[in-house]
Design a protein around this ligand. Structure first.
Ligand code: 2NL
Length: 361
């Protein structure tokens, strides 16, 4: 560059060529050193223009401004080059032929699937869904359901009681983990007036050992219909419809007499064995049948306990265990498979076509 006659300008001008050798950090520092608003070398010279004699001012000002423009252009150009270099370095570390990372594909748990299917079948015929607390009082869990106060189910050996004071102001307020979802039905009946058609899915708890067929925590779905003029015919028709939708339209069913404190008469419902279809196999212990639920006409005393007149209203109810149903449907030998979260089992159940009947695939 031509000398200008101003050594301080020429000195700064010498730094212009170096700009295209700077890296990102050096570039930033140099911009501040030359053009920085507070301490930039050129900025300082520009401030001095005003102090010069009037005839010099014009030439000097033009020289400083030209140099400023040259630096601005050089910095901008260098910024572009540095950014492009960084982009190409990033691209160099990228291997577009590398195989993609596999995604974890989740799947519904077999018990969730069974619960959802059961709920959907009943919703399809006008039932609504209700849920309620898992900690209950012994009135909602037992006494309202016509359990006598000395019933063995109320014993500490069968029921998990909470180590907490009883709820005051309740008819009987000892706190426990609900042993069935029936207390939610009691709450529903207390809160509404018939017609009532409701299904209640949820976890229930019993003081049981954890073995192949028992667990201290398992799921239940109960259903309840209360209205004027409801009979055992409604119970049978509805539950047979359910079995045909859930298993298959040709699945045979049968009802056997049974006993529950909260229903009278009571029954257990069997469907033909889903493994051998009736010929007899180890899964059905050679009987050709599998028990899927308990049911019955709501006991008149249960209706009275929720302030309904049993002369006017009748109802029916059922209860079944989705863990058990899932074991029957998928031919599982051990309930612990459904509760322990072993990925080898869950991946097998979740895999497309991995289930015996191909459902949910
Ligand atoms: C079973 C049997 C059953 C019910 C549950 C019920 C509820 C109310 C009134 C009358 Cl509020 N009954 N529930 C009725 C019959 C059987 O469950 O074996 N469950 C796994």
């Amino acid at each position: 560059m031509e000398p200008t006659g101003y050594p301080e300008l020429d000195q700064i001008a010498q730094r212009l060529d170096r700009v295209r050798t700077l890296d990102a950090r050096g570039l930033e520092a140099e911009e501040i050193a030359i053009l920085g608003r507070k301490a930039g070398a050129l900025t300082a010279l520009l401030k001095r223009v005003a102090e010069l004699p009037i005839d010099e001012r014009k030439r000097y000002g033009a020289l400083v401004n030209r140099l400023k423009g040259q630096f601005e252009a050089a910095f901008a150009e260098r910024r572009e080059v540095v950014a492009a270099e960084r982009r190409s370095q990033e691209d160099a570390g990228r291997d577009l032929t590398m195989p993609g990372r596999g995604r974890w594909v989740g799947a519904e748990h077999p018990v969730s699937r069974v619960v959802d299917e059961i709920v959907e079948i009943f919703r399809g015929i006008g039932f609504t869904v209700a849920v309620g607390p898992e900690v209950e009082t012994d009135w909602y869990n037992f006494l309202a359901l016509n359990f006598p106060a000395d019933h063995p189910a109320m014993d500490m050996h069968d029921t998990l009681y909470l180590d907490a004071p009883a709820v005051e102001g309740e008819p009987s307020g000892r706190l426990l983990l609900r042993t069935h979802t029936s207390p939610v039905q009691i709450r529903t009946l207390l809160e509404s007036t018939p017609p009532v058609r409701v299904v209640i899915p949820g976890m229930v708890y019993r003081n049981d050992a954890f073995d192949a067929s028992h667990s201290p925590a398992f799921s239940q779905i109960e259903g309840l219909a209360v209205d004027e003029g409801i009979s055992f015919v409604d119970l049978k028709a509805t539950l047979i419809h359910f079995a045909h939708r859930f298993f298959s339209p040709s699945t045979r069913t049968r009802f056997r007499p049974s006993f529950f404190p909260f229903t009278e008469p009571s029954a257990e419902m069997d469907v033909e064995c889903q493994i051998c279809h009736g010929s007899g196999c180890p899964a059905c212990k050679g009987t050709g049948w599998m028990e899927i639920l308990g049911c019955g006409m709501v006991h008149p005393r249960v209706l009275e306990n929720v302030n309904l007149d049993p002369e006017r209203y009748t109802g029916w109810a059922f209860g079944m265990g989705p863990h058990r149903i899932a074991m029957l449907r998928y031919g599982l030998p051990d309930i612990r498979l459904l509760l322990e979260g072993d990925m080898r089992f869950l991946e097998q159940m979740g895999r497309t076509g991995g289930q015996p009947d191909g459902r949910g695939a």
